[in-house]
Design a protein around this ligand. Structure first.
Ligand SMILES: Cc1cc2nc3c(=O)[nH]c(=O)nc-3n(C[C@H](O)[C@H](O)[C@H](O)COP(=O)(O)OP(=O)(O)OC[C@H]3O[C@@H](n4cnc5c(N)ncnc54)[C@H](O)[C@@H]3O)c2cc1C
Length: 407
């Protein structure tokens, strides 16, 4: 183990990717997570992964866990299906591959787009890090000095390290101090998320919905219905039992995620305390938004599991710069949160985690000085991260009426 000690706030997809990479580089790492356990908070269902996340997973996972990842990922056709409001196929748009191919070693993977289950991916990334992640630890603030950085937690405890990484998501406490000038703004969009069994969806939607990355239909108000299939080639529990015995894995059945959304003004009843509403009420509001569409769409939403519904108000970061590097840096949504229109936020967060892990590995080996390593990481991360934020805002504006980014 090297002398470098890295503190990470947040055990989301980016923070866990970083922690795995640092462990591979023999760097001492401690992760502090606000949630009480890995299963504390439902955070959504399906995730679209592209080359960035697929390569980051290949880079940071040991062979047995990567085999579980591959066995539970649905590699998709590289298209988004556009439907009419009657759910007939209008066209299939080829996926834009905007990832930074140059940063990843070439490989013969089975494809460059996959749909995976978020909780399964998080479990795979977390496996083996039980001693590294401390749950129930909410970072409140930090203090830097010549000797490193001290993280202060809301329970009064503290931890000291050489570097602190804010991987603490869209409302990052680390960003508030590291980049007080940065802004995260309301994108103007409300969305309802739910899920239905694959077999139920299959009888209603065109076959392309089950094999393409994502499917979307919208009306003249830009109120939309999005659908994304998650099919496990091997069920998560069976994959873990066969390929990585001893790794605890919650089982899941195949499903289709359905998302209904549009500008806030179409959902005036959802302001205030969205979590206070029952899943049944949220499902009702989602189906009502499609009431002027031919009956198939609202019927599909009504067939979803009411307990699965939750509501999201979408936010985006506003592209900015960071002051000169210190011993505190940021990754993922903590710095470049984006609307989910391109399905790229997790990809960029995992890319950040893998690249920052590589950079800090070089510091631990004595190949790079810390300021130099963080400056190079931040320069690259801000360039690719904010270019995706801008692209997501452009597509979000066109497809769902997202607010344009402030100048
Ligand atoms: C509904 C929805 C669908 C999406 N679909 C896709 C998709 O298909 N593909 C894709 O690439 N992206 C998608 N995204 C975006 C993706 O989820 C995020 O970009 C990704 O989770 C960011 O990872 P992260 O590690 O930066 O942050 P997070 O995953 O949000 O993790 C942050 C962690 O920090 C913890 N935390 C917060 N504050 C503190 C604190 N003060 N102290 C300690 N811990 C703290 C949180 O509890 C959390 O565990 C979607 C987003 C949403 C909302």
């Amino acid at each position: 183990m090297s002398d470098l000690k890295v503190l990470v706030a947040g055990a989301g997809l980016g923070g866990l990717t970083l922690a795995r990479s640092l462990r591979d580089h023999n760097v001492d790492v401690a992760v502090f997570e606000r949630d009480a356990s890995p299963w504390d908070r439902p955070q959504g269902y399906r995730l679209h992964l592209d080359t960035d996340a697929l390569c980051a997973a290949r880079e940071v996972l040991p062979a047995d866990l990567h085999a579980v990842f591959e066995a539970t990922a649905q590699y998709t056709e590289p298209f988004t299906t556009i439907l009419g409001t009657d759910l007939s196929v209008v066209k299939r748009l080829p996926a834009q591959d905007e990832h930074g191919g140059a940063v990843w070693p070439a490989h013969d993977g089975p494809g460059s787009h996959a749909n995976v289950d978020r909780a399964t991916l998080r479990q795979i990334l977390f496996a083996g890090l039980e001693d590294t992640v401390r749950f129930g630890k909410t970072l409140d603030h930090y203090e830097s000095d010549s000797d490193g950085v001290t993280a202060h937690f809301t329970d009064g405890s503290r931890a000291h390290g050489d570097v602190l990484v804010g991987a603490d998501g869209v409302r990052s406490a680390v960003r508030r101090l590291r980049a007080p000038h940065s802004e995260t703004v309301d994108a103007g969009i409300t969305a309802f998320y739910g899920r239905l069994p694959r077999a139920t969806a299959e009888t209603v939607v065109p076959a392309e919905t089950m094999t393409d990355i994502f499917t979307i239909a919208s009306d003249e108000r830009k109120v939309f219905l999005g659908l994304g299939c998650v099919r496990f080639p091997t069920s998560p529990a069976e994959a873990a039992a066969r390929l990585a015995p001893g790794v605890p894995m919650r089982d899941q059945d195949d499903y289709v995620v359905c998302i209904v959304g549009g500008r806030h003004e179409f959902f005036p009843d959802t302001d205030g305390a969205p979590r206070a509403r029952s899943g049944e009420e949220l499902r009702h509001l989602a189906a009502e938004a499609l009431r002027d569409w031919p009956t198939g769409a609202a019927g599909l939403v009504r067939g979803a599991d009411p307990a699965s519904f939750f509501l999201v108000r979408m936010y985006t970061s506003v592209p900015t710069s960071l002051d000169a590097p210190t011993n505190v840096t940021l990754l993922g949504d903590a710095v470049h949160a984006m609307t989910p229109t391109l399905g790229r936020g997790a990809n960029v967060a995992m890319r950040d985690g893998a690249l920052l892990g590589r950079a800090l590995g070089k510091v631990a080996d004595g190949q790079l000085a810390l300021p130099e390593a963080l400056a190079a990481y931040e320069r690259d991360m801000l360039a690719y991260g904010f270019s995706v934020v801008r692209a997501a805002a452009r597509v979000g504006h066109r497809r769902m009426g997202q607010n344009p980014l402030p100048e």
